[in-house]
Write a protein that binds this ligand. Structure first.
Ligand SMILES: *Cc1c(COP(=O)(O)O)cnc(C)c1O
Length: 814
């Protein structure tokens, strides 16, 4: 496809700034990371809630992109590329997509609803593909960005477009309607998902069906209320399970392990064997059949194609298990059809010859029990399963005559009697009906490389960064402190996120930390807070910028720059305004000025100080005094420093409490990691780190016994006690033990009993239904580090940075 720049400018009513409009783009992109063919791309710089693509323009220009649609041109890029300036780049993308859509005159189908949009789209595509050339949105690209990009990706000859549209906020559907311009509309199941943005259910339905405003025909389950909301002139093709007079009346019957659907229209009666029995799947099949009848597809063709439908969400997952086993996890649904699919899948995973299946009672869906289980027996024998573990009253009785069956009455009974050593080098299919909680079995069978982990949510890091940014002027720079291994959370991974978010500076405590980041490929400027004179050479080699806080330090650094014949090396001056930790004092400023005057070896990048009590309004008078001292010292320094240095004094709480003192830069620390020093701040932040472990063992302890070292906890009544493999060597404070603290198991409090040991601690699970292997939360969203810190009279900084390096960090994005 070709997008002529002159046309694009007129489509989105943009103002052009650049050399030449004589250009046809072959690609449209909005994501700097997935850019492929730079110099043929037209890039739309879209601003989202937590994201501004204008920040990546320089990078994109370096990758060869020459044409951009933007809301503004960053000053330094004015002459570096061609820009189309618009008010809103998302709206511009929509306008361009609409113009492109207008080139096609084959019919488009617009699908919306709460559930089943993607499935109906994929199924219709499969069902109709022998007779039609279909274009559709990939995966579930159904949003304000996904739909226009899908439309702009149409290339080639088609006779039918099938596009799904999803919305999360009011007023979004009108946009999607204009882009898709559906001829036909399909409404799938209207459930309750994404209700938050809408006043009520009716408002939501009204918004959704705006997709159909210009359709000639709409397909939906009979529902008078919804039909009344649709324009009169639209022809409604309704189906119903209950109204015999509906245009398509459907009945269902379960026989021989399948669901048979009978359809009745004015003209004809026919039936189809459905490969699925779940209600949602049945409704989606009917929706497809309804539309296929409208298109005039042959009944025999429809019947044949429907029986060949496949599950769109491939729920089966293969996971690494204990003792070199492979687990096929299908722990949440079970009927005959899905068992067949799962057994085929098991066959494909030819990792081991030995096969075990763990199977619960099976949903019969109306089929006589004896018949159902005789079918099951025959497919189990066909697949040559070595061992069949059954859980449930019915299945245990029904399969007794198979030689290799081990029956249990309940999941709990299985878990209690289960011996991990009995599973070795085999493939295990875990398949249970919903009520049987088979996910608990999967948890036990899964290989656990690291029982204790600190999980770090990188999306929450971005969210928190943007929260503090929103408190600042857009031009204020941000230095983010990643000292002490990112406050205990992990240095490199977090620095990478921050680099992508374009923070101006990273701050580390020691040169070594900065060197690690450079070795890992971080290129953002890095300031070292506490450089030792012995590390100056290494810092220069790794392009790290020292904080200079003393005359002797400056002299030592100058000597090295002189020796190495370096000029203008960036340094940062630290002033002591009342913290009395590091920094120049007022009486040293004149000597400092003499050293700096006309000195070309170093360049003072910034002058800063640190507040002692920015989190505490009771210390406001002192904080104001620190500001005054800073200003006075700076006045003198500025006489010898040019250009003017970047000024900064605020840490996290400072940003929150004294935004008027942001000057040119702030230094964000703890807030990034989701910890605010006030309740109000805490509310706005997202939890970043979760410390998790698992239960190693559970025992019953009798009265008169005691728990742990020095018999600190005396048992007074019979208790269930769980041992968890985390202790003070991992960073759990002993002060948090002896019933002061707790952990969360099944989201319930389990009090720590006795003293915290070096590598373990014991908790009370008398009232909690749990098992060895179950997850234990030591801190996280529902048990905040701040709560622990307050209880044991310390600060969250100490707890976070105290989590030992032997605890494995795992980073994830949603
Ligand atoms: C650690 C540190 C910060 C960040 O402080 P937070 O309270 O974590 O925001 C800022 N400046 C200096 C000099 C620091 O040492």
């Amino acid at each position: 496809m070709n997008f002529n720049i002159t046309h694009i400018i007129s489509n989105c009513k943009g103002v052009f700034h650049g050399n030449s409009t004589d250009f046809d783009a072959s690609h449209i992109s909005i994501d700097s990371r997935s850019l492929q063919n730079g110099n043929n791309t037209l890039f739309f710089a879209i601003k989202g809630q937590n994201h501004d693509a204008h920040l990546y323009l320089e990078e994109l220009i370096a990758k060869g992109v020459r044409y951009f649609v933007v809301e503004y041109i960053p000053e330094h890029l004015y002459d570096k590329a061609n820009f189309i300036i618009v008010e809103n780049t998302l709206v511009a993308l929509h306008k361009v997509a609409i113009a492109y859509r207008n080139k096609f005159d084959f019919p488009f189908v617009g699908i919306t609803g709460s559930n089943g949009k993607t499935i109906v789209k994929e199924w219709l595509n499969f069902l109709l593909s022998p007779n039609h050339l279909i274009v559709r949105n990939p995966k579930s690209y159904n949003s304000q960005v996904g739909v226009p990009l899908s439309i702009l990706g149409i290339e080639g000859n088609y006779d039918l477009g099938i596009f799904e549209a999803g919305i999360s906020l009011p007023n979004e559907m009108l946009q999607l309607e204009q882009i898709i311009q559906p001829t036909y509309g399909i409404l799938t199941n209207i459930g309750l998902s994404h209700d938050e943005g809408f006043a009520n259910r009716e408002a939501k339905i009204k918004e959704k069906i705006r997709l159909f405003e210009n359709c000639s025909d709409v397909f939906l389950e009979q529902n008078q209320a919804i039909e009344n909301l649709l324009p009169k002139e639209i022809k409604k093709h309704t189906w119903s399970f209950t109204d015999e007079n509906a245009m398509l009346f459907v009945t269902q019957k379960y026989t021989n392990g399948s669901t048979e659907l009978s359809f009745k229209t004015k003209e004809t009666i026919f039936s189809i064997l459905s490969p699925f029995s779940e209600t949602n799947a049945i409704e989606n099949i009917i929706t497809c059949v309804n539309f296929m009848l409208f298109l005039g597809e042959d009944i025999s063709f429809i019947q044949k194609r429907v029986t060949e439908l496949y599950p769109v969400e491939l729920r089966l997952q293969a996971k690494k298990g204990i003792n070199n086993c492979l687990i096929v996890d299908d722990s949440y649904s079970l009927d005959y059809q899905s068992l067949k699919i799962a057994l085929d899948f098991l066959e494909q995973q030819k990792l081991h010859d030995k096969k075990t299946i763990i199977l619960s009672d099976i949903f019969s869906g109306g089929i006589p029990t004896a018949q159902l289980y005789s079918d099951i027996k025959s497919i189990l024998s066909k697949h040559k399963i070595n061992r069949i573990i059954t859980i449930g009253e019915t299945i245990g009785k029904q399969l007794t005559d198979l030689p290799n069956v081990i029956p249990f009455a309940t999941t709990q009974e299985f878990l209690q009697q289960f011996n991990t050593q009995s599973f070795q080098n085999e493939t295990i299919l875990v398949k249970g009906a919903r009520g049987f909680n088979f996910h608990e079995i999967v948890v036990v069978l899964e290989e656990k490389n690291h029982e204790t982990i600190l999980e770090i949510n990188l999306d929450a890091i971005s969210h928190n960064l943007h929260f503090y940014k929103s408190k600042l002027k857009p031009e204020t720079k941000m230095m983010v402190m990643v000292k002490a291994f990112g406050y205990g959370n992990g240095g490199y991974e977090i620095a990478k996120v921050l680099e992508h978010q374009k923070v101006a500076y990273l701050g580390v405590a020691f040169a070594d930390e900065g060197i690690e980041l450079r070795k890992a490929g971080i290129t953002t400027p890095i300031m070292v807070l506490n450089p030792e004179n012995s590390s100056f050479r290494a810092m220069i080699a790794y392009n790290l910028e020292p904080e200079i806080y003393s005359i002797t330090g400056l002299q030592a650094f100058l000597k090295i720059t002189q020796q190495q014949n370096i000029s203008n090396y960036p340094i940062h001056l630290k002033l002591d305004t009342g913290m009395h930790r590091l920094g120049f004092e007022p009486h040293q400023i004149s000597e400092l000025c003499v050293l700096l005057k006309n000195n070309n070896f170093v360049k003072v990048k910034s002058v800063f100080s640190h507040l002692a009590g920015s989190d505490d309004k009771n210390l406001d008078a002192f904080t104001q005094l620190q500001f005054q001292r800073y200003d006075a010292m700076l006045l003198e320094l500025e006489k010898v420093i040019s250009p003017k240095p970047i000024r900064h004094i605020l840490n996290t709480s400072g940003i929150f409490n004294y935004p008027e003192k942001q000057m040119e830069m702030v230094r964000l620390g703890i807030g990034l990691y989701g910890i605010g020093n006030s309740e109000q701040e805490l509310q706005a932040l997202e939890n970043v780190s979760t410390l998790k472990t698992i239960i190693s063992q559970i025992r019953t302890v009798a009265p008169e016994e005691s728990i742990g070292y020095s018999r600190k906890f005396k048992v007074t009544h019979k208790m269930q006690v769980a041992t968890i493999p985390i202790g003070y060597a991992d960073g759990i404070r002993r002060a948090w033990g002896n019933e002061k603290g707790y952990v969360l198991i099944q989201n319930q409090k389990a009090t720590i009993l006795g003293s915290v040991c070096m590598d373990m601690m014991m908790v009370d699970v008398t009232e909690i239904n749990c098992h060895p292997g179950d997850e234990v939360i030591v801190f996280g969203k529902n048990l905040k580090v701040t709560e622990i810190a307050t209880a044991i009279d310390t600060i969250p900084y100490e707890i976070l940075t105290g989590i030992s390096q032997r605890v494995k960090r795992i980073f994830y994005k949603n």
